[in-house]
Ligand binder design. Structure first.
Ligand code: NDP
Ligand code: ZN
Length: 356
């Protein structure tokens, strides 16, 4: 290999070449390891539903070839000369962002996803403002180069296959629970019980909340109750639900009626929306409903900043809060996408990047 500190680094990944294609092997390069960068060998990469929305161009703006993956766990194999946070051999995680200006107020407050200069660099399908505007490629690959400030420290011996999904599913559900200041005794509803929903349930229970799950059928009812849910509701008879909530987190990736969930909030209760359905079918909330159903708060939530992601990682590892996972090989990615969109999906699928 040529000098990784001065030349581009070869990478091998799995890409979709158009919105209707299947995944195929794709060779590309990563930028060289800058003074503040680390090079990570990717060992596990979680499959998030956002990967599917992007790979299939359901949000618009997908650049092909598209290498998704923003739930990355691996081992540091090289560090730039100014790197202090990591050394070779350390475990590291990378989530949805790999860089930002780091100077504006939002970045200084570790809300890098809201960089006020518009320079947030997402892990894939994003313009890399710091490397000639090139398109970024994600974690369905064997390595990644990232600024040390955007890599999350993972303690030695942590189960990396379980760590990977924390980098998106973990932080995206931990963050609204914190934002809404969930505490013991609060009632939390989780709508959509897949990769994100399962993490929301686990965190909310750990925070002492009573948690109920909403799903479109009762396929995962036993799993929800075994994981500690108080109630399990199917959305077909949502209007009959008597319980009222302090917070409902919607992780739903398809079309649905958000007002049905607003109706289930206590006065002063909050609806946090993280699920982002394809733009063509994304539901809208009526201001008429908002006024008539007044006294409830609705907000969107986008992953979480790097500081909070580290806090989430430490909290998860300390309390052994891990996702329910199924390990798959890269050759199974198409099959997993199919399952996650035809209603036969389990919780989180994690790709073993060393498998074929
Ligand atoms: P998954 O596919 O793992 O889970 C989605 C779950 O929602 C499935 O269990 C599915 O059920 C269920 N579901 C689908 N439609 C409905 C419905 N109408 N009512 C109730 N449940 C429903 O997806 P993820 O958890 O990975 O992602 C969820 C969403 O969150 C995606 O839109 C993703 O893009 C978004 N996301 C947003 C982030 C943010 O920062 N805001 C970050 C990460 C993801 P079934 O098993 O029946 O299919
Ligand atoms: Zn994600």
């Amino acid at each position: 290999m040529s000098d990784i500190f001065t030349a581009n680094i070869p990478a091998k990944g799995y890409a979709m070449l158009s919105k209707d294609s299947k995944f195929s092997q794709f060779e590309f390069t990563r930028h060289s390891v800058g003074d503040s960068d680390i090079l990570i060998e990717i060992l596990y990469s979680g499959i998030c539903h956002s990967d599917i929305h992007t790979a299939r161009d359901e949000w618009g703006g997908t650049v092909y070839p598209c290498v998704p993956g923003h739930e990355i766990a691996g081992q540091v194999i090289a560090v730039g000369k100014n790197v202090t946070k990591f050394k070779v051999g350390d475990y590291a995680g990378v989530g949805c962002m790999v860089n930002s200006c780091q100077e504006c107020e939002a970045c200084k407050n570790s809300q890098e996803q809201f960089c006020q200069r518009g320079q947030t660099v997402y892990t894939y399908n994003s313009k890399d403002h710091f490397h000639e505007g090139k398109n970024t490629y994600g974690g369905y690959s064997n390595n990644i180069v990232v600024n040390q400030n955007f890599a999350i420290k993972v303690k030695a011996n942590a189960p990396l296959d379980k760590v990977a999904p924390l980098l998106c599913a973990g932080i995206t559900t931990y963050s609204p629970l914190k934002f809404s200041k969930i505490k013991a005794g609060d009632k939390v509803g989780v709508a959509g019980f897949g990769g994100l929903g399962m993490m929301a349930l686990k965190y909310a229970i750990k925070m002492g909340a009573q948690v109920s799950v909403f799903a479109r059928n009762d396929k995962k009812k036993d799993q929800a109750l075994n994981l500690g849910a108080t109630n399990f509701y199917t959305t077909t008879n949502i209007n009959e639900v008597k319980e009222r909530f302090d917070l409902i987190i919607s992780t739903i990736p398809t079309s649905y009626d958000p007002t049905a969930y607003i109706d289930l909030l206590k006065f002063g209760g909050e609806l946090a929306i993280v699920g982002l359905p394809p733009h063509k079918i994304a539901p809208k909330i009526s201001i008429i409903d908002l006024v008539h159903k007044a006294g409830k708060k609705i907000y969107g939530s986008l992953i979480g900043g790097i500081k909070e992601t580290q806090e989430m990682m430490d909290f998860s590892l300390e309390n052994e809060i891990y996702p329910e996972t199924i390990i798959v090989s890269p050759s199974q990615i198409d099959e997993v996408y199919e399952k996650l969109t035809n209603g036969s999906g389990e919780f989180r699928y994690v790709i073993d990047m060393r498998a074929k």
